[in-house]
Ligand binder design. Structure first.
Ligand code: AHG
Ligand code: MN
Ligand code: MN
Length: 322
């Protein structure tokens, strides 16, 4: 791969050894998940397990496998003390003396598995608050502002790891030549002015007036602001966020009549994506406050989210205030 910078080299130079070990273990696990995703149709692992998870959602076989793979690899890191996952009801202690804890969505957008659309793994890393021994729920109830590292791996036309350790956002592409991650997207910046809006517009009737009015604003013709904006929605937060991070845009999952706090989970979907977005110069809010300032009180709690380019998030906030 010539002079391309390896993930391990980058981590050695940019973070401490414990965090580097943890991120490298995570990346190894995600390589395995990526291979499974690529070969899903051939390996007979498309489809559901027949179970529902703690959130009452259908579990795909790959959701379950990805969760087990991550737990195994993170245990092997020796520095990951605790593990919270969309697929597990409670937290797990992986290493009694580990310094860090992780929250993961092992496979995000898993309803897209069967149709070969981009899916991903989302993760957020905190320092544990408890000294040693078993981790507790309280370790995970930290505001997003305390995040030490956060990001995602997208399994799309390429497999790319995008993360931040509070020092900007960097992307590493998995080479199919030697199965290693190489620096491909240095210093990623969320364009300040986006022209894409992403939400499940089919739910419009269930949204509040503020969101409805923002959608009307996006679809209005106005030469000066290049409207109407383009609607792009994959239905996989990782896929939609990755596109918007590169091209600029806003991703919205609002509260609605059926889901008073929205659908997406605070600790392993919204906080890591908001941390990353802010690190890239964008914004993220639940409509009234910055996502990174929300005090978590439940492991699987949900929140509404408006996230992306500054101009669009600020415009959405204007409509939400009424
Ligand atoms: P998951 O597959 O981890 O349950 O997450 C799916 C999420 C998210 O990725 C996506 O943005 C959203 O669900 C799509 O929901 P709708 O189908 O309601 O639009
Ligand atoms: Mn998800
Ligand atoms: Mn998931």
């Amino acid at each position: 791969m010539g002079n391309a910078v390896k993930l391990s080299t980058f981590l050695e130079a940019n973070t401490n050894i414990d965090l580097a070990k943890l991120i490298l273990s995570l990346a190894e696990g995600c390589k395995i998940i990526g291979r499974l995703v690529n070969n899903a149709g051939l390996s007979g692992i498309i489809g559901t397990t027949g179970d529902t998870n703690v959130q009452g959602e259908t579990v795909q076989k790959l959701d379950d496998l990805s969760n087990k793979i991550l737990m195994d690899y993170l245990r092997a890191s020796e520095t990951c003390a605790g593990y919270l996952s969309e697929e597990n009801e409670g937290i797990a202690t992986l290493n009694q003396n580990g310094k860090y804890i992780i929250s993961v969505d092992p496979l995000d957008g898993s309803s897209n598995i069967d149709v070969c659309a981009p899916i991903g793994t989302i993760f957020n890393i905190y320092e544990r608050l408890s000294g040693a021994g078993d981790v507790s729920d309280a370790d995970f109830f930290q505001k997003g502002m305390e995040t030490k590292a956060g990001g995602y791996v997208i399994y799309g036309s390429s497999t790319i790891l995008v993360f931040s350790t509070s020092n900007g956002v960097t992307g590493f592409t998995l080479s199919t030549e030697d199965n290693d991650f190489y620096l491909s997207h240095p210093d990623m910046k969320m364009p300040e002015k986006g022209k894409i809006y992403s939400l499940n517009q089919g739910n419009t009737e269930k949204f509040g007036e503020g969101v409805k009015n923002f959608i009307a604003y996006c679809t209005m013709v106005d030469k000066e602001t290049s409207r109407p904006y383009s609607l792009r929605y994959i239905g996989s937060m990782v896929g939609d966020l990755h596109r918007n991070l590169i091209k600029g845009g806003i991703f919205i999952y609002p509260a609605n009549k059926g889901e008073k706090k929205g659908k997406l989970r605070l600790l392993y979907e919204c906080i890591p994506m908001s941390f990353l977005t802010e690190q890239a110069g964008g914004k993220a809010t639940d409509g009234t406050q910055r996502i990174l300032e929300i005090q978590p009180t439940e492991l699987h709690e949900r929140t509404a989210i408006f996230i992306g380019s500054k101009n669009l998030v600020e415009k959405a906030e204007e409509f939400l205030k009424g």
